[in-house]
Design a protein around this ligand. Structure first.
Ligand SMILES: NC(=O)c1ccc[n+]([C@@H]2O[C@H](COP(=O)([O-])OP(=O)(O)OC[C@H]3O[C@@H](n4cnc5c(N)ncnc54)[C@H](OP(=O)(O)O)[C@@H]3O)[C@@H](O)[C@H]2O)c1
Length: 348
């Protein structure tokens, strides 16, 4: 079988770098181009030194982008939609990692992104890129918009309970602890080492944009509240969701095991993590660094009946580059796990 010819736009950034790492190790893929305006002409290892010895690829400018089979777009949100018509001429299949085409509803987009959508006619052409939810649509898709990192873990953690009708509407509280790489590679005052190191900083106690994706994918009614907060913590990659759910009827642990096993029993990248013994009894982002897993666990507060759902991922893999490759595998009919088999490290 011919190799899938892929190119990455915005390849000097953090998600672009992870995509490069994964695609260079993928058995069915050739990376034909990696773009950066800032570093055009320079070797990609200047931005991604972990790839030394694996590639002699050099960054090219977007203006010299050539046709390929799959184009990955890793641009800041807002940038992609404005130039999508031009980019779409270069590839029959496109996977966008930005937020530009994730929301189906233009009103929701306007509310959360502060202005009208630059290409509203295109929204219906994109499939929301969480394979565990939209596998068959992704197989048939030309265009996929991969989910936000916080959204991916939150949705995967909560969806089985919502789908089974086990949630009291309007009372769910989602708290996400986020790493510094979520902010991308462009430095700011907030990401400057003396300001960021050692923090537990309330980053978005309210108003985080990713909750729009949760609303869409959990199927919430327009008037149903969802409570979402994000806190920046002192790690470079990974995120942990702690979601508090008030069930619509009293639940036992066995109910939760049955619900989650029914939803994810055969999923290659979802692991149910809840053990009685040992140190690692619930999902932990650190164990997932570099992997495409989403680990999901849960507990029930015996006094109140509250269900606590825990979900962890690496934001740069299952939360972006890895999930994008998982989607590409589906779109091209290669094994869904190809290029994504890394198990993570312990200890690390
Ligand atoms: N970081 C995460 O955890 C994460 C997770 C999921 C999704 N995402 C989304 O993925 C996208 C990329 O995120 P990132 O963290 O990789 O960002 P990043 O590290 O800041 O990288 C951005 C990339 O876009 C390029 N770029 C910026 N403006 C451009 C323009 N006007 N024209 C052409 N290229 C341009 C940059 O290239 P130059 O070298 O030319 O500057 C760079 O390669 C964002 O939309 C982000 O929201 C990020």
């Amino acid at each position: 079988m011919d190799r899938i010819r892929t190119a990455i736009v915005g390849a000097s950034g953090y998600t672009g770098g992870e995509l490069l790492r994964i695609l260079l190790g993928h058995p069915s893929v050739e990376v034909t181009q990696a773009t950066s305006e800032r570093l055009a002409g320079k070797p990609v290892i200047l931005a991604h030194p972990n790839l030394r010895g694996r590639t002699d690829l050099r960054f090219t400018s977007l203006s010299s982008l050539a046709p390929c089979d799959v184009l990955f777009l890793c641009l800041p949100h807002g940038t992609t939609a404005r130039q999508f018509d031009t980019l779409a001429q270069q590839a029959p299949r496109i996977i966008d990692l930005s937020a530009d085409f994730r929301l189906k509803d233009t009103v929701a987009y306007e509310k959360w992104y502060g202005g009208p959508h630059p290409a509203p006619g295109r929204l219906g052409e994109f499939v929301y890129g969480i394979p565990e939810l939209h596998r068959e649509e992704i197989r048939r898709a030309r265009y996929v918009a991969t989910a936000g990192c916080n959204a991916t873990a939150s949705i995967l953690g909560l969806r089985p309970l919502y789908a089974a009708g086990l949630v009291q509407p309007g009372r769910t509280v989602v708290d996400v602890k986020v790493s510094s790489s979520e902010g991308g590679g462009v430095p700011s005052t907030a990401s400057h080492h003396p300001e960021r190191a050692g923090v537990i900083r309330s980053y978005k106690p309210t108003g985080h944009r990713h909750q729009a994706e949760l609303r869409q994918e959990l199927g919430l009614a327009a008037d149903e509240p969802l409570h979402f907060s994000a806190t920046a913590v002192d790690i470079v990659r990974g995120l942990l969701v702690t979601a508090h759910v008030f069930p619509s009827r009293p639940l036992q642990e066995i109910d939760l095991w049955k619900t989650y096993r029914a939803a994810y029993g055969t999923e290659p990248f979802i692991r149910l993590v809840k053990t009685k013994d040992g140190v690692h009894r619930y999902p932990e982002p650190k164990l997932l660094w570099g992997t495409n897993y989403c680990d999901i666990g849960f507990d029930i507060d015996r006094d109140t009946g509250r269900v606590v759902v825990l979900a962890a991922i690496d934001n740069l893999v299952k939360g972006s580059g890895g999930q994008a490759v998982q989607c590409m595998n589906l779109m091209h009919g290669v094994p869904e796990t190809a290029g994504l088999e890394f198990t993570g490290l312990h200890p690390v």
